[in-house]
Design a binder for this molecule. Structure first.
Ligand code: CTP
Length: 437
């Protein structure tokens, strides 16, 4: 361990006031309960990297569930305890979460004559973790508050930018770590340490990924697809031979150029005011599958338990992107309503794919104009207006609203007065004079 490194100043700078307060209070609570508590794992890594947006994980030498309960009491938060594992979550009203784990001590391992090595259970807890950079802790107890606990050289690896496992069987014991190695490597622009890389290649050769449940695989894969560098991560999965385990049946080379540019496209859309936000994973999923057969796509949606609605978006993207692309690329006059109708075949999660595939500036600009137009020209009249005219809800509503939207897109109506007049005219044309009741 690096003796004497105290990072409490850094913690105060990096942590949000509430996070800081939680860590202080965890230490005080532990003192009251007669146990010891540490912040461990990703939170320590992120403090040292001075990165924001942290998840707090606490490890308790003692009764973790009791500490979680006391901490929750202090904040008016809820506790969800998993007694069998000695773990608990402290759930704050606004969704913030603190995970608490118990570092178990196997007392029987220690002959009574020998004094127990201090922190041995914390050490054991940290040793079981994935990479050195994720296996550090911070002491939260009393005067030791802020002391960095680094048994395995995590800080040095962080400084040198290295992803390194703690023991040779790490990937065999938990194959998900193969994906995690790639995720951290690309997220931070690090390198996988040579021996670790060898172990990874060996594990992939032994096909250990076939042994993990698709639920766990998806959990990690979705993490990847939500990362800013998702494209590079997928490329890396391919380089390391993992692609067929995560996207069986999908030919990497067919989608590689698109994956490479998708992040930039998403950023451009974001700048235009069309953020993909928390559905960015689906943007990648659609891009990965866009050349696949409907059968392959459906199988992958099922494999990863996408909801019906999400799978529907994948399928409609697959069947329409080419049509939309050729519509957008058509030279000469194309009516806005026609372009819009094409675009509306697609879910917004397919927009990054479309933007990536439009290879000329004027096409990208046309796409942008169209998106803006679609957003701005949503008519102000709605079903309520039609109802106020005395019509009963039915298919006529949809058709009238579609018609007025198209009219707006093509500039035939320009304001809500004209919209209303248009709808009235449309209805009387289709249903005769006046509403029938
Ligand atoms: N961990 C592990 N093996 C795994 C998953 C997690 O050893 N397969 C350990 C790591 O020490 C990690 C901690 O559990 O730091 C918490 O995991 P998680 O919350 O998934 O990751 P973070 O490291 O917090 O990373 P992220 O920033 O992606 O949340």
């Amino acid at each position: 361990a690096t003796a004497g490194t105290n990072i409490s100043e850094l913690m105060r700078q990096v942590l949000a006031p509430r996070e800081w307060d939680i860590l202080r209070r965890a230490g005080e609570t532990a003192a009251r309960l007669g146990c010891r508590v540490f912040a461990a794992g990703g939170v320590v890594r992120d403090i040292l990297l001075q990165a924001g947006n942290l998840d707090i994980d606490l490890v308790v030498e003692g009764d973790g569930i009791a500490l979680a309960g006391a901490l929750a009491g202090a904040y008016g938060a809820q506790v969800r305890a998993h007694r069998r594992f000695g773990t608990a979550e402290v759930l704050f009203p606004d969704g913030f979460k603190v995970d608490v784990a118990t570092a178990r001590v196997e007392f029987y391992e220690y002959p009574a004559a020998l004094p127990r090595v201090e922190s041995s259970c914390l050490r054991h807890d940290l040793y079981r973790r994935d990479f050195t950079i994720n296996a550090m802790a911070v002491d939260l107890n009393g005067e030791n508050f802020g002391d960095l606990i680094d048994f395995f050289g995590g800080r040095q690896d962080l400084q040198q930018g290295l992803i390194r496992v703690l023991y040779n069987l790490s990937f065999i014991e938990d194959p998900i770590r193969l994906l995690r190695a790639v995720r951290f490597e690309q997220r931070y622009g690090f390198k996988i340490e040579p021996q670790t890389l060898k172990l990874m290649e060996e594990a992939v050769r032994r096909e250990v990924l076939t042994r993990v449940s698709t639920e766990r695989l998806w959990e990690e894969l979705k993490h990847i697809l939500l990362e800013k560098e998702a494209g590079r991560m997928l490329e890396r999965l391919h380089q390391l031979g993992m692609w067929p385990f995560v996207f069986p049946g999908v030919t990497y080379w067919e989608v590689q150029p698109v994956l490479h540019d998708l992040g930039a496209a998403m950023q451009a859309l974001d700048e235009w005011g069309f953020a993909t936000g928390h559905d960015s994973w689906l943007c990648y999923f659609i891009a990965v599958l866009h050349w696949s057969s409907p059968e392959t796509a459906r199988a992958l949606c099922e494999r990863y338990h996408l909801s019906k609605r999400q799978a529907g978006k994948v399928v409609s993207s697959l069947s329409s992107w080419q049509q939309v692309l050729s519509l957008l690329s058509r030279r000469g006059e194309v009516r806005n309503s026609e372009l819009a109708r094409g675009l509306l075949l697609l879910p917004p999660e397919a927009y990054p794919l479309i933007l990536t595939l439009l290879d000329e500036e004027w096409l990208k600009e046309r796409f942008r104009q169209l998106l803006l137009l679609l957003k701005e020209s949503r008519p102000s009249v709605d079903g309520n207006f039609i109802r106020s005219l005395g019509y009963r809800p039915g298919p006529v509503f949809r058709r009238a609203l579609d018609a007025v939207w198209r009219a707006r897109l093509d500039g035939l109506v320009k304001n809500s007065e004209e919209e209303k007049a248009f709808v009235k005219e449309f209805l009387s044309r289709h249903y005769g004079e006046g509403p029938h009741d």
